[in-house]
Design a binder for this molecule. Sequence first.
Ligand code: SF4
Length: 225
Amino acid sequence: MTAEHSGLALADPLRDCPLCPRLVEFRHESQEKYPHFYNGPVPSWGPDAADGGAKSVKLLVVGLAPGMKGANATGRPFTGDWAGDLLYATLDKFDFTEGTFAAHPGDGLKLKGCAITNAVRCVPPQNKPVGAEINTCRQFLTQTLDELPNLKVMVTLGKIAHDSLSRTLGERVAAHPFGHNRETAMGGYAVVSSYHCSRYNTNTGRLTPQMFEDVFARARALADG
Ligand code: SF4
């Protein structure tokens, strides 16, 4: 699979980015096990040029990393597993999407004023990147931010993404603690942190759809403000 749908034309990692040896090895294992999967660093996704491109983006959602059978399979962030079902349904409620999400890159869904990326672009074993991988991949988060000139708001999904964003913006992590629906200002942006929309968090009741909607209601207000 390819990721031509990424839309934003940002400087994303090379398709065979070699920088994290453990993740490269895991990628190769996945290529052998699931040869029909995308199996590579997943590009950021946002509106294409006809829909305003990078300049139209006011909200950036920062996730943790691709899921093995989600973004790693399809090449589009949060597409193919449960986390995407909740994320795109919620984005739709707050008018950040156009079209119908059908969990595959050819579903015709578009993002409106919103982009989605991950703190770590390659699928990690057990969904757990190690510190060195988070630090190494931060350069691509930095590039993504540099290429969104009208960005106002970010929603961070989970503590790892939130702390990595703090470091990306040169902030002290302790000064911006992670918490659900907690808002802070970092590097000139408003940042709202949220529990990750993983199946585990929703199955255990740690995150309910209403709690997630509360985060994006605030993000919508900040983007429009
Ligand atoms: S996680 Fe990021 S830095 Fe590491 S190999 Fe993948 S794209 Fe490269």
